[in-house]
Design a protein around this ligand. Structure first.
Ligand code: SAM
Length: 440
């Protein structure tokens, strides 16, 4: 029996798909890259923007003929397209889907399969749902001993409700995982070859606020830091309001925690930030960037910006442009505003910026950011950087610096999972090329 998983969207979906694959392999299923050879197809979907939803819808409808040819094929729709409430209309809209699963929840699919086999389901007696979620995450066979860098959910859901964002409606309220559960998972991942973990949360710097004793993200770092064999810890995404001095200091002082921070601003204009319900001003963000740079030398910083939010005037857009130019951040994830169901911005504001104008603003920021990244990365040329090697790509090894810069280099040695010193010889806006430095 074979399974095929298609994953779109954020890193959390990648982690969720890994858990589904792991659960399916425990039941004896084998992976296949070919959907038409699979007995079970999982589509793990994203709806953060309309374009992502269209992609998932297209992929799903392309499976219909396959299901008609082979009615015994099991199709599982998972993720944000389904949401935590399991959207009733989904069944009517997609009658050829057998199982609908909320984000981060492999149980509906596993129960469906157990039920087919006449076995007791997770929901009944074999084990409780929590026990199953706590079960050791055995990496899918293809990744065991090969996967160097793994995503580890730290906080599920989100309770912040930025006015443009559908995620809280689809992923439910914020739920932090206990430190010991995360530490056990990371230990197990390390024993399976993983060397770097990225802790995930929509607002990861709020880690622990919803659980007993309210441990902070810094406490989680400390707990993971002691795990032998784990070389690097990363985390994303941070919200500016919860990036405390304590947390910034923890990043600066714990050697395994990499000096790279993903902290979205979303807009450089205070009026737009207020209408987005972000809870800070552009000056607050400037001060935060200064604090981070003062405390963590050589830090790299990534941001997110949305262009074309309802009512965004040319001068408001220009403030995003100017702020990006002023702050010179390493990475800017750019998005064109997309009205999403249920959100406040869709219900109460008009999507009044044309698609062409959104694209013009997007391209202007994209061009600016390419120049900034090019300038920043050029400063790496001649430096020797520690690179964690992830895989071989077209005869060249590929890895990342502590600051998350992509580096390619050639070597005949087997280097997967190793920390290698690489002298940077060329740098462009999106990647670098170097040569390994031989010890001694
Ligand atoms: N929760 C984090 C935050 O906003 O601080 C980041 C995760 S969010 C799912 C990823 C990014 O998608 C956001 O930072 C935002 O830039 C973008 N995004 C979310 N909703 C959007 C929308 N309706 N239209 C365009 N981009 C959107």
């Amino acid at each position: 029996m074979k399974y095929h998983i298609w994953t779109s969207g954020c890193q959390m979906n990648v982690a969720d798909s890994q858990r589904v694959a792991s659960a399916l392999e425990r039941l004896g299923y084998q992976p296949t890259l070919k959907a038409d050879r699979a007995d079970v197809i999982v589509l793990n979907t994203c709806v953060v923007r309309q374009s992502a939803e269209d992609k998932a819808h297209g992929r799903l409808t392309s499976l219909r003929p396959l299901k008609e040819r082979r009615p015994e094929l099991i199709i599982n729709l998972m993720g944000c397209m389904v949401g935590v409430t399991g959207n009733q209309q989904m069944g009517e809209r997609y009658p050829f889907v057998d199982v609908f699963s909320p984000p981060s929840d492999p149980v509906p699919l596993i129960d469906y399969l157990l039920n087919l086999e006449g076995k007791k389901t997770v929901e009944t007696e074999t084990q409780s749902r929590n026990e199953m979620m706590d079960e050791e995450l055995l990496l899918p066979e293809g990744e065991r001993g090969r996967l160097v860098s793994a995503y580890v959910p730290a906080v599920y859901g989100c309770s912040h409700a930025c006015t443009y964002c559908v995620i809280p409606y689809r992923r439910g309220v914020e739920r932090s995982r206990p430190i010991n559960e995360i530490a056990n998972e990371v230990e197990s991942l390390v024993s399976q070859g993983v060397r770097e973990v990225t802790l995930l949360g929509q607002i990861v710097d709020r880690y622990g606020m919803d659980i007993e004793d309210s441990p902070g993200l810094g406490d989680l770092f400390s707990a993971l830091h002691d795990i032998a064999g784990l070389r690097r810890i990363r985390f994303l995404t941070s919200h500016p309001n919860w990036m405390t001095d304590e947390l910034i200091e923890a990043v600066g002082s714990l050697p395994k925690v990499c000096e790279h921070i993903e902290v979205p601003i979303q807009s450089g204009d205070d009026g737009i930030l207020e209408r987005m319900h972000r809870g800070y001003t552009s000056d607050d963000y400037r001060r935060l960037i200064n604090r981070i740079r003062e405390t963590i030398p050589g830090v790299s910083i990534a941001t997110d910006i949305i262009v074309g939010f309802p009512g965004e005037t040319e001068s408001q857009f220009q403030r995003s442009y100017d702020l990006l130019e002023e702050l010179e951040l390493d990475v800017a994830h750019l998005a064109r505003y997309s009205p999403r169901p249920q959100t406040v911005s869709t219900r109460r504001m008009q999507d009044d910026i044309s698609a062409a104008e959104k694209m013009r603003r997007f391209r202007a920021l994209e061009d600016l950011q390419a120049k900034i990244a090019d300038r920043i990365n050029a400063r790496y040329v001649g430096n020797t950087e520690e690179v964690l090697v992830k895989e071989k790509h077209d005869a060249r090894w590929k890895g990342r610096t502590r600051t998350n810069k992509l580096v390619f280099f050639e070597s005949e040695a087997e280097l997967r999972g190793k920390l290698v010193k690489v002298k940077i010889e060329w740098a462009g806006p999106w990647s670098m090329i170097g040569a390994p430095v031989l010890d001694g």
